[in-house]
Every structure is written in structure tokens, then in C-alpha cells.
Design a protein around this ligand. Structure first.
Ligand code: PLP
Length: 302
């Protein structure tokens, strides 16, 4: 596998993703500068934070001689899709353990069909099995059921210590660039790594896209595992989940479509739209003093 030409292309360090200043009067009239870090352009097939998190894990899987990679996700998981694409590029077997055994008897949705087309073997498990996948015994049972007992295990959402190292590189690319660097959060792994890579005087701001109250503790324990201690200056801006994961109420849809019209790039709805909405709302409410430069990380594309 080490001789595969795609290995180098996929895992080689890539040039920094573009950073672009955006002219938008909703920010400008408050004296706030808005920049976008186009991390959706970091890799043609594994956009944004999915590439940042997966690349160091795939390198570890290849170097460790593992026969394949197994990971976990819901029916619409961007992480499953990215892992499947990586498997195709690397010529590596991938297995996806998918939440919801009822899905096994239905036609695959577009996201899972993409995974399957990329060669991922899908294994559907009950919601209660899925919920307990972090418990060692249940995990062993799941891996056996998926015939993936000897595969390299990447956790749900791809957030582990190596993933945080990959996201710290995103922070390093933004050193000295702005006062605040903001990112949408699912598992919080991207924020946890990003914060560690930023320079002195910069702070990271996370916008959770799911309702829930454990994310702060989760981020602290991810940083503990990756860096041995809390790292960087970060906080969460709560209250912008718009009803929960993947909920896109009409006013958020209108905001995102309008943002695309004004600024000419596609706004991913599940994460990036909520981030941009939150930054506009925080700016409007005076949360950023005049003179603040804010960078929004565009973590993916539709
Ligand atoms: C997966 C994903 C996220 C969430 O990243 P976490 O590290 O899990 O917080 C953010 N944005 C996009 C576009 C994603 O696909």
C-alpha cells in the first residue's frame, strides 16, 4: 500500500487554504472586519476539517500496517463520506458503522450511497448499540459484528488526539491574522485543535450546532488527551443551533442564500450557515468592539 501514488497526494502536507476579506455592511457598520478562511478548498475531495482530522489518522493507519479503517456516523454524516472518499483514494478498506438498524432495509440516502460507491462497507446497528459504542465491551461487539476487529478505529466525527494535532495546523495558519477565529462545532474537535494552534492574543470562538450542554467538558477532555493540558483561549457562543442538528428554519435558509448571493461562495447549511448567522448576530449585539477582526472558518461545502 505504501507504493500507492495516491498516498502521497492525500497525506502530503498541503499549502495553506485561502484567506479572504469579505465586505459586508452588517459587520462594517460596527467597525468589525470579517475574513473567511476557505478551508473548504484545502482538499478537492476531503473538504475542510474532515481532511485536517483524517489525514494524521490515515497516516497512522498506513504506517501501522492496518488492513483498513472503521468509523462511526449517522445517516447524513460528512465524516463517513470523507472517510469513504479517503479509502477510495488510498485503496484502503473502509467500514462505516451507521446509527439506525431500520436503515438496513431501506434504499440508501444520497450520502450513504456516496459512501457505498466509494467502497465503504456499511454496517447498520441499533440506536442503543450505537449510543454505547464508547464502552469497551460494546465497542468490541460492534467491531466484531462489522467484521472490522483488526481495523484502525477512528471515533465518531473523527475527533481524537491526532485529529486535534491536524486542526492545530489550521490555527497556526491563522497566527497573527485576526483577533477572533470562529468555527462551527459538532464534536468540538476542530475548535479544540484550532485554539491550540493560534498565537498569543488570539481567541477561538465555537458555535455549537447541536442543542446540549456537555460540549465544553468534551472539548476540555479532548485537549487533555491530545496536549496533556488545556490549550489556547477559547469559548462557546451558545444559542445558535436553530432547533438542533441539521435543522434549517426558513429564516436561516434565507440568510444563507442571501450570504451566497452577496459573497459568491456556497454556504454549507448544517454548520457554516449557523456560524455566519451567529457572527452577524453577535456583531449586531455589540459583542465585538470596533476594530476587531473576526475570521470565520469555512469548514466544508454543501
Ligand atoms: C464535521 C463538520 C464540523 C464539525 O466539526 P467538529 O470537529 O466535530 O466540531 C464543522 N463543519 C463542517 C462543515 C463539518 O462537516
Amino acid at each position: 500500500m505504501n507504493g500507492s501514488p495516491d498516498l502521497g497526494v492525500l497525506l502530503r502536507p498541503r499549502p495553506a487554504s485561502p484567506l479572504v476579506e469579505v465586505e459586508d455592511e452588517r459587520f462594517g457598520r460596527h467597525g468589525v472586519r470579517l475574513l473567511v478562511k476557505r478551508d473548504d478548498l484545502v482538499h478537492p475531495e476531503l473538504p475542510g476539517n474532515k481532511w485536517r482530522k483524517l489525514a494524521p489518522n490515515l497516516r497512522a493507519a498506513v504506517e501501522g500496517g492496518f488492513p483498513g479503517v472503521v468509523t462511526f456516523g449517522g445517516a447524513y454524516s460528512n465524516h463517513l463520506r470523507a472517510t469513504a472518499a479517503a479509502g477510495r483514494l488510498l485503496g484502503m478498506e473502509t467500514v462505516g458503522i451507521v446509527r439506525g438498524d431500520e436503515l438496513a432495509d431501506r434504499p440508501l440516502n444520497a450520502s450513504l450511497a456516496r459512501c457505498a460507491a466509494d467502497g465503504m462497507r456499511l454496517c447498520f446497528v441499533t440506536r442503543s448499540q450505537y449510543r454505547r459504542k464508547a464502552e469497551p465491551q460494546e465497542r468490541a461487539r460492534l467491531l466484531e459484528q462489522a467484521r472490522a476487529g483488526s481495523s484502525y478505529v477512528v471515533p465518531e466525527g473523527g475527533s481524537n488526539a491526532l485529529a486535534l494535532e491536524g486542526c492545530a495546523e489550521l490555527g497556526r495558519e491563522l497566527r497573527g491574522v485576526s483577533d477572533v477565529v470562529a468555527v462551527a462545532c459538532g464534536t468540538g474537535g476542530t475548535l479544540a485543535g484550532l485554539a491550540a494552534g493560534l498565537g498569543p492574543g488570539q481567541r477561538a470562538l465555537g458555535v455549537p450546532v447541536l442543542a446540549g450542554e456537555f460540549l465544553g467538558a468534551e472539548i476540555r477532555s479532548l485537549q487533555e488527551a491530545a496536549f496533556g493540558a488545556p490549550a489556547g483561549d477559547w469559548s462557546l457562543a451558545e444559542g445558535f443551533h436553530h432547533g438542533g442538528y441539521a435543522r434549517v428554519p426558513a429564516r436561516l435558509e434565507a440568510f444563507a442564500a442571501d450570504f451566497e448571493q452577496r459573497h459568491g461562495f456556497a454556504v454549507e447549511r448544517v454548520y457554516v450557515a449557523k456560524l455566519l448567522w451567529a457572527l452577524a448576530a453577535l456583531t449586531e449585539s455589540g459583542a465585538f468592539p470596533a476594530g476587531t477582526a473576526v475570521t470565520a472558518v469555512v469548514t466544508g461545502r454543501p
